[in-house]
Design a protein around this ligand. Structure first.
Ligand SMILES: Nc1ncnc2c1ncn2[C@@H]1O[C@H](COP(=O)(O)OP(=O)(O)OP(=O)(O)O)[C@@H](O)[C@H]1O
Ligand SMILES: [Mg+2]
Length: 271
């Protein structure tokens, strides 16, 4: 479904693979496998982000979602397979080079600079571009948009959880990513913070976003398509309601379908 903002597995029917490696495709994961100490964690994962918009990557705890992000972003090298973004092969690149190609991610744990202020956290990595008025205005706008302006001089370690999660979003958006990978950005957030998060993401319809999320209300709110990962394999891929209404996937998700772990933070929006 090129151009429709969707992510789907590139397995069956994925003809035209060379075309998908073209400069127009935001993200392609091709046949990626990875093992930790002989234990297979990802097995032949194929998926493609064809265009803009939000696609949810869901699955039980331990399914391999974060590991897949680590592979895409260069923190882990797959034992086989490739990752491409806009025609560039990312696999084999160090994490900094992947970011230079416009692929940014947030972390499940916050990974903020605790002793730096909110504004300083956003500005880390901007370097000399901060001399430009347009960049300073962009930082100002992001702090405002994410309701962080009032905390801009507060040390990150002193923020409430919701504000700290929003700061992780500001820190990646300031780089004008071409592809954004968000690892449970709304986990544990209060409702007000979530409104700022969802608003910021919905305003960026022009940005391809892969969203790892356990709260299925959040998935329904934000994502038009869902990839379901289980045991390191793509188990399903399709429109959000179609995937979330499948009993077989619900059984996997809640641990009665073959030993998958029960998610810790599904909240009230579970399958
Ligand atoms: N550095 C590592 N060394 C060994 N095993 C690891 C490592 N990182 C992850 N794993 C294992 O890989 C599997 C996938 O973990 P991963 O963190 O990717 O799952 P996840 O889908 O992100 O889960 P969650 O929803 O709980 O965040 C798990 O079995 C995990 O224990
Ligand atoms: Mg994870």
């Amino acid at each position: 479904m090129p151009g429709s903002g969707q992510l789907r597995s590139a397995g069956a029917g994925a003809d035209g693979m060379s075309e998908m490696q073209s400069a127009a495709v935001p993200l392609m994961v091709e046949n990626v496998s990875l093992s930790f100490g002989g234990v297979r964690v990802l097995t032949k994962v194929d998926l493609v982000v064809y265009g803009n918009g939000i696609v949810a990557l869901v699955g039980p705890n331990g399914a391999g979602k974060t590991t897949l992000f680590n592979v895409i972003c260069g923190a882990l090298r797959p034992s086989q397979g490739e990752v491409y973004s806009f025609g560039t092969r990312l696999s084999g690149m160090p994490a900094e080079a992947v970011a230079e190609h416009g692929v940014y991610r947030t972390f499940q744990d916050l990974r903020l600079f605790g002793s730096l202020s909110v504004r300083e956290n956003v500005c880390v990595g901007l370097g000399r571009s901060l001399r430009r008025r347009s960049i300073v205005e962009k930082v100002d706008d992001l702090l405002e948009e994410l309701d962080l302006a009032r905390w801009q001089d507060v040390r990150a370690r002193d923020l409430a959880h919701g504000a700290a999660k929003l700061l992780t979003i500001a820190r990646v958006l300031v780089h004008d990513p071409k592809v954004l990978l968000l690892d449970e950005p709304g986990a544990g957030m209060d409702i007000q913070s979530y409104e700022h998060l969802s608003g910021a993401l919905k305003r960026r319809r022009d940005l391809p976003i892969v969203l790892v999320e356990h709260n299925l209300d959040t998935v329904r709110d934000l994502a038009g398509r869902v990839i379901f990962l289980d045991g390191g394999k793509v188990a399903a891929d399709g429109p959000t309601e179609e995937i979330l209404s499948r009993d077989d996937l619900a059984a996997i998700y809640f641990g009665s379908g073959g030993g998958s772990a029960v998610p810790e933070d599904v909240g009230e929006g579970g399958m």
